[in-house]
Design a protein around this ligand. Structure first.
Ligand SMILES: [Zn+2]
Length: 202
């Protein structure tokens, strides 16, 4: 059996799986089959990135954020999306493998954390609020960076796993199962594919 060809029409953002268990992990998982020859990027243009951000809570309905208008700003946004995603993947992969994270990835997240902190002001209510001039298409990346920091410092980070389908998938997730034996990003996708392969080999 030959593998199915990649879909001609990109899958709707509403149909993208969110199996990571946290915003920052779902962001890393916006690459479908990271290790496949032709990986599908769920957020390959600003419109899809904004739609995905709205769906995952990286943008809130009252943020009123729209995609950038100029080609230059659109291209710059997509470069930032791809770079932060790779930095986070490198940081989390290092944590899973018990290795020191690449310095470039640490610097990459550090930069976004400082951008996120500089974009907020303390309100009279004692809470930090996003400033009006921060409500642009980069805001999701700031929320994602803050979520990543939160996870890296949380005891829950010991539950961070990589999908056992390492030949293609590469998705990361938090194993919140009681016995801590979750192996797949999702049983319906990678778990089933494995079972089918075993059946065929059998
Ligand atoms: Zn998987």
């Amino acid at each position: 059996m030959s593998p199915a060809p990649p879909p001609a029409i990109p899958r709707p953002v509403a149909a993208v799986r969110l199996d990571g268990g946290r915003l920052c992990l779902d962001f890393v998982n916006t690459i479908h089959d990271r290790y496949a020859a032709d990986a599908e990027d769920y957020v390959q243009d600003p419109q899809r990135f904004i739609a995905w951000s709205g769906r995952t809570g990286a943008l809130h309905p009252d943020d009123g954020v729209r995609e950038p208008r100029t080609a230059q700003k659109r291209a710059a946004l997509m470069r930032e999306v791809a770079a932060l995603r790779e930095h986070l993947h490198a940081l989390f992969a290092a944590r899973i493998d018990g290795q020191t994270p690449p310095a470039e990835a640490v610097r990459g997240l550090d930069r976004w954390l400082h951008r996120a902190w500089a974009s907020q002001s303390l309100g009279a209510d004692g809470h930090m609020h996003w400033r009006a001039d921060a409500r642009d298409a980069l805001l999701p990346l700031k929320r994602i960076a803050l979520d990543a920091l939160d996870l890296l410092g949380d005891p829950d980070v010991s539950r961070l796993r990589r999908c056992a389908n390492v030949t293609s998938c590469g998705w990361l997730f938090l194993d919140t199962s009681k016995n801590r034996r979750r192996r797949w990003c999702a049983m319906e996708t990678c778990g089933t594919a494995e079972k089918m392969q075993r059946y065929r080999r059998g």
